[in-house]
Write a protein that binds this ligand. Structure first.
Ligand code: MSK
Length: 668
């Protein structure tokens, strides 16, 4: 039954409706079609037309003689290459926008964060003295383009990594050069008759993945911040309940902030709001899905309607006038589905058209005008709305923790650093750190269940969690990005630190490409002192509980290459080869200090993660983690606060850390 398919009641309610109406969704399609058992474990080679060759018997090879090790590692490598290409090409488009803005060809865009522009300019070796921001931005864009095309020169962004890490990459020959070169190189070597040594293929995969994490994604994040602002925490809401029953609802979906930022501006235009009201709506309500949602959430406070598996469900509410999509993670099923309702599905990227959707191509020279046209079109569609079914579930959230903000938060403008965090880990108040990211997968036991369980277990065990992508949206929906709710479940030591710093124990750090922010934060932690010298010394893990995309595989590989123990939930895409499975784990660990494991059971993921964190603590000579050592004073305040809240008193854990609550309780 639909009720078991998700832990999100909003999702379940709409799945029940879909079932009643015989409307298919990714959930029902996944149930109706089991994955190909040969391809699912990496045993199918379709890289030439003698096949596909299915290697299902022990010792069997492809027609060309390719072994199961070669076939599985080639398949894995191709996933990395596509994932790296997708992230990095997103970065390239942002560079084009920055260049167009600098050259006056994109009048609706401007430099919103000059400080970051200066920082990135200095990093890329662009002169800044006596020059205006547009001049500098132009050169920054040109330098950023070189990161794609460089044939021999090492990627500049590698210098953001700790020095010992850079040395490992150079020694192993996996320090990436230009992004385009690494993607092409990896694709080339997976052609029939090329690289036929699984270790060689998999080490090249790490180099390509590094070109993603430490170059393409990193520059995408930097350029986005320059153009649209570096995120700082803000309040918003999450889940399908944010759709308005009497507003024109527009959902932006995909990954790119370029047009969606303009739609934010258009949706706030008084003329368009008046136009919406003239059609009988109360106003215009903009929301997001997937990582476009994350982009506009953390800079503009736009509410997020859901993660990857909620995209069809938003349309099923009957309350979405328009869904505007750009690139990546957009289901083709949206087109026929939108035709059953009144929703207009609009593709906007020159790279993505969907048969059956309206295509309005993004052109940065007239971006705001295009955005206004789209909003007007959505308003015109409002009178066509029929019956609606908006599940009344939503959560308050705090999102937008850039690494710059974390720095600032832990020391102010002049003394910003990661020292307080490092010290909290050294003392054992914080046991370790975990990056929990990645997609949803309808093959998971229940949508969001692994995400939620793992995050709750981490914070209960005093592990500070940072999140991006659909994982962050999952946490948002279950209240984990709200300081109040998360404090209920956090361990005492972690809670004390979060109270002192005024942060939730789960930090929203952005979209998929913003995993680069996690790399930068890890690098700063490693160089701050107290936690070794390299990322691999830090008591930390990376988790993708419900991964499904090729981008997730690239992220996993660059985390490993950066020295992080990385665990993916769900099934192992190279399961057909125990040799390759072992190489991704022990083989990579021996070489780069990080390893990749696929573990189906979320409890096992948590157990392995905590064991790893404790082992890293021991290797650093840190105090053994003791959950009872800290938090007595904080607990007393927190317990009073919880009690007051249950009594219905309007109190916050920050403002009432003592007297107010005690007094209120005494009066009762
Ligand atoms: S959108 S890649 S489903 S995280 Fe970034 Fe979500 Fe995964 Fe797409």
């Amino acid at each position: 039954m639909a009720t078991a398919k998700s832990i999100d009641p909003a999702v379940n309610a709409l799945l029940e409706y879909a079932e009643q109406e015989s409307i298919t969704t990714a959930f029902s399609r996944a149930e109706a079609m089991k994955p190909c058992p040969i391809g699912h474990i990496g045993a199918c080679c379709k890289h030439c037309h003698m096949g596909p060759c299915r290697l299902v018997k022990p010792g069997q090879t492809g027609i060309c003689g390719a072994t199961i090790e070669t076939v599985t590692s080639r398949n894995f490598a191709r996933m990395v290459a596509v994932g790296a290409a997708a992230h990095s090409d997103h970065g390239r488009d942002l560079v084009f926008t920055l260049l167009a803005a600098a050259e006056g060809e994109a009048p609706d865009y401007r430099i919103r964060d000059e400080r970051k522009l200066m920082e990135v300019a200095r990093f890329l070796g662009v002169a800044t003295e006596n020059r205006g921001p547009r001049d500098i931005a132009r050169d920054v864009a040109l330098k950023a383009m070189e990161q794609f095309t460089s044939q021999r020169k090492e990627a500049t962004y590698l210098r953001r990594a700790p020095k010992p890490r850079q040395e490992i990459w150079r020694r192993l020959g996996i320090a990436p050069r230009g992004i385009d070169r690494e993607v092409v190189d990896l694709l080339h070597r997976t052609h029939i008759g090329d690289d036929q040594d699984h270790e060689h293929i998999l080490m090249a995969s790490l180099r390509c993945a590094l070109a993603d994490g430490w170059s393409g994604s990193m520059l995408a994040t930097d350029i986005t911040d320059i153009l649209f602002g570096t995120p700082a925490p803000l309040h918003s809401q999450a889940n399908l309940g944010i759709l308005g029953k009497d507003t024109v609802n527009i959902v932006v979906h995909g990954h790119e902030p370029t047009l969606s930022e303009m739609i934010v501006a258009a949706s706030q235009d008084p003329e368009l709001i008046a136009y919406a009201q003239s059609k009988g709506a109360r106003g215009i309500n903009l929301t997001g899905i997937c990582c476009t949602a994350n982009e506009v959430l953390m800079r503009q406070g736009v509410g997020t309607a859901g993660n990857f598996l909620s995209q069809e469900l938003a349309i099923l509410t009957g309350a979405v006038e328009m869904m505007v999509v750009d690139v990546q993670c957009i289901m083709e099923a949206l087109a026929p589905l939108s035709q059953r309702f009144h929703t207009k599905l609009v593709t906007t990227s020159p790279k993505v058209k969907i048969h059956g959707a309206l295509h309005v191509e993004m052109d940065e020279r007239r971006a705001l005008a295009i955005a206004k046209d789209l909003v007007r079109m959505a308003i015109d569609n409002y009178p066509n709305r029929g019956e609606t079914r908006i599940p009344q579930f939503k959560s308050d959230i705090v999102a937008g923790f850039s690494h710059e903000y974390l720095n600032y938060m832990m020391g102010g403008v002049y003394r910003g650093s990661f020292r307080p965090l490092n010290e909290a880990i050294v003392q054992g108040r914080i046991r370790g750190v975990a990056g929990v990211a990645g997609c949803n997968n309808p093959r998971a036991s229940a949508h969001d269940a692994a995400h939620e369980y793992i995050v709750r277990e981490f914070i209960r065990n005093d592990v500070l969690v940072v999140q991006t992508g659909c994982g962050a949206i999952s946490a948002a929906k279950y209240g984990l990005l709200s300081p109040e709710e998360a404090f209920r479940g956090a361990g005492a030591g972690l809670r004390e630190v979060c109270e002192a710093l005024g942060i939730p124990p789960v930090l929203h750090m952005g979209s998929c490409v913003d995993n680069s922010r996690i790399l930068t934060a890890l690098s700063q932690m490693a160089t701050e002192g107290g936690l070794g010298e390299d990322i691999s010394d830090i008591p930390g893990v990376g988790i993708a509980p419900e991964w499904m995309s090729e981008k997730a595989v690239s992220i996993g590989a660059y985390l490993v290459a950066s020295g992080v123990y990385t665990l993916f939930g769900g099934d192992n895409p190279v399961e057909a080869s125990p040799v390759v499975t072992e190489f991704l784990s022990q083989g990579w660990e021996q070489r780069v200090g990080g390893k990749l494991e696929f573990v189906r059971d979320p409890e096992e993921i948590v157990a392995r993660s905590l064991a790893h964190i404790d082992a890293k603590r021991a290797a650093l000579g840190l105090a053994r983690y003791d959950p009872h050592r800290f938090g007595a004073s904080g607990d007393a305040v927190m317990l009073r606060w919880l009690q007051a809240r249950e009594m219905g008193l309007p109190v916050s854990p920050y403002s009432t850390a003592g007297l107010e609550v005690a007094e209120a309780l005494a009066q009762r």
